[in-house]
Design a protein around this ligand. Sequence first.
Ligand code: EPZ
Length: 420
Amino acid sequence: MQKFIVKGGSRLRGELKLQGSKNSALPIMAASVLPEGQCLIENCPELTDVYSASRILNCLGCKCSFSKNKVMTDSSALSSAEIPEKLMGEMRSSIVFMGAVLGRMKECTVSIPGGCELGPRPIDMHISAMRKMGIDIRETGGRIICRTRSDRPKGAKINLNFPSVGATENIILCAVLADGETIINNAAREPEISDLCGFLRKCGADIKGDGESRIIINGREKLHGCEYSVMPDRIAGATYLSMTAAAGGEIILRNACVAELEPFLSVIEQTGCTLNTGENKIYIRSAGRIRAVRDRIRTMPHPGFPTDAQAVLMAALCTADGTSVFEENIFDCRYRHTDALVKMGADIQVMGKIAVIKGVKHLYGANVEATDLRGGAAMIAAALAAEGTSEISRIYHVDRGYEKIEEAVRLLGGDIKRVQ
Ligand code: EPZ
């Protein structure tokens, strides 16, 4: 099993081009089953989750090839509407294939998706929305069998009780080829939703209101292929900025999505780091010793502070002057990384959705296990700031979302290597 060996103490310095967004690339790849033709998806990060998505595409009969951050898909002739349980279990995003395959094939068979263990991750909102769109759904032997009642899914008015990212994506994917108008109220407003809509519009879809709480989709009879470039990964951006805040130094992120990172930037700025933003770039300088964040950091749906950046910022705040408080409002179990940070010397108390971080003078290298994708990245950030050497195992979690993270960190002067 591969591990990262991280020697702490080096300041980070240099420039890094940000990878394409995992959470955009995955639904966009699912969307590529909708057009009857070829798509070229550029700036696609090379990650294990993206490879899982391309295996799903292949198994549906979509020709999919991957080379140098470019994915070519050809869905002219799909041959199957069934995704094997094993592939469904490889990642959470496999569930968004449901809406896309239904839109194109009028039927699909899926199962409960896998993904990071962040507490219960039900799909009730996805299922009830599909039912409203005229889909019969029955569950048998762990399989979810979906079939449209008439010849196409039907447009519907859907009120989500929570702005779920995945449910919003699934509804959009099903609605673009549905019969009539679909309205999503309380839709997720995450930038990755707008990126998916940008791709679909290039394929000829009629979608309005993405980025707002009310999205209106008018179903088309057919979509065509297109070329599209995936947006930069705002959470990878937040990760490298947090690593620099933790370890000290100064870096420039290029190909960065400044506006989309604003909810994170406005918080990290409170730590006393110097931040400057320009067109598609972000500069950060940290003296190494940062300040605690005075206001409670509440994770919320976009444009609130992103839950995906909670762990990496927490790693930086472990050695801040003063006490910071997080409130995790999206997932029930998203503090699993804190045990590893405590093992490295952090002072963290977790009470339900609250985590209180009292800054300590030093962290120390330790042997820890990545608990999930962002938790693993937080351990790398802490290890870079720590005295001594850390060994981080179960790094397959990290490889699901970060493209060659060790090369990126080494480029910035961090001492990290991957060993077998
Ligand atoms: C997406 O997950 C992201 N994943 C997550 O990123 C991210 O943390 C999350 O959105 C929130 O921003 C991808 O885009 C692939 P949700 P998703 O549906 O779609 C509850 C990362 O680190 N819920 O918005 O699964 C759910 O349990 C990952 O890159 C229901 O109750 O998130 C959770 O508490 C991890 N019923 C909350 O809503 C449902 O039917 C938010 O989930 C659906 C969701």
